[in-house]
Write a protein that binds this ligand. Structure first.
Ligand code: PBG
Length: 324
């Protein structure tokens, strides 16, 4: 018998011992549930999203009922994505005072004021071409798009949003949004920047859900190259310099190295987005009986906490209580 070797199993022997030495945990309050609110639906209707089993598009009133259930379950908050009745070249429904997201924010706040409401600030759900900004030829025009993003963020704050989260990846957007919010009388509203957002194939189901697939080309001229690590530091630094209060990495599971990198380099609250494709993979494998859904869903959420995320945007949030 070798003497004095490490007996790691001593502390794994019973559930109580394992509880005692556990380093990380996930709470409902760490999670943010993304919701799709659809102006084309009857207000009380819900419509299932084919590639995201268990997720729905909601009519406005149905969304409010759902938000009330979510608040009861102790989930940290929601992030809203709108599907407008009408799309146009500049996505003007994205910043309309009576747009679907603006109305939904106000309706949720009237019913469950304590529920944290974040908004996604971007143009792609509202533009007829599906790109994240205003086009000039086939290119997204950065600086013209900043003006649209400013109007969108201010319209969300005016409707009662607690946090605005720009996901468009235009340069200078955090500074532009910060300036617009301050000028409009919303200096207290924080910006959660999707600072490090990769041009990812894992967004596929979302684009079906939000009806936002680009009509031509792709998003590679504004979202980041999945091959890059150092670039993530530059993007995060730029957003911090521009006044971002919180940072986000997206997608999640394939980019845990980036989550850890930002955790070590920035003291800011850090979020990660477990995107539609990550959710769809787990659901699909579970439906085939190949994976234990509850177990791997929880394991994936724990992995984000272990990598250093403070909060997680995930489609598993609304069913979190049933995963445990
Ligand atoms: C808007 C936006 C997207 C997602 C969040 N905000 C789509 C995209 O960039 O194509 C994806 C979220 C998901 O896949 O769950 N730009």
């Amino acid at each position: 018998m070798p003497q004095g070797f490490h007996r790691g199993r001593r502390l794994r022997r019973t559930p109580a011992l394992r509880d005692l030495v556990r380093e990380h945990s996930v709470d409902a309050g760490d999670l943010i549930q993304p919701y799709f609110v659809d102006e084309l639906l009857d207000s009380h209707a819900v419509s299932p999203i084919g590639s995201m089993p268990g997720q729905f598009r909601y009519g406005e009133k149905a969304l409010v009922d759902e938000a009330a259930r979510l608040a009861d379950a102790g989930v940290g908050g929601v992030i809203l994505f709108g599907i407008p009745k009408e799309k146009d070249a500049i996505g003007s429904q994205g910043f309309a005072a009576e747009g679907i997201v603006q109305r939904s924010i106000a309706a949720i706040k009237a019913r469950v004021p304590q529920l944290l409401v974040m908004t996604d600030v971007c143009c792609c759900e509202y533009t007829s071409h599906g790109h994240c900004g205003q086009l000039c030829g086939e290119d997204v025009e950065n600086d013209a798009t900043l003006r649209l993003l400013q109007q969108t963020a201010v319209s969300h704050a005016r409707a009662g949003a607690d946090i605005v989260a720009p996901s468009d990846m235009m340069d200078g957007r955090v500074a532009a949004i910060r300036q617009a919010l301050d000028a409009a009388g919303f200096p207290q509203i924080p910006v959660l920047s999707y600072a490090v957002k990769y041009a990812s194939g894992f967004y596929g189901p979302f684009r079906e859900a939000a009806d936002s697939t680009p009509a031509f080309g792709d998003r590679a001229s504004y979202q980041m190259d999945p091959a890059n690590v150092r670039e993530a530091l530059r993007e995060a630094q730029a957003d911090v310099d521009e006044g971002a209060d919180m940072l986000m990495v997206k997608p999640g599971m394939p980019y845990l190295d980036i989550v850890r990198l930002l955790r070590d380099r920035f003291p800011h609250p850090l979020f990660v987005y477990q995107v539609s494709g990550e959710y769809a993979m787990i659901k699909a494998a579970a439906q085939l009986g190949w994976l234990d859904e509850k177990r791997v869903a929880l394991e994936s959420l724990l992995a984000f906490k272990r990598a250093g995320a403070d909060g997680i945007l995930t489609y598993f949030a609304k069913d979190f209580a049933s995963l445990k």
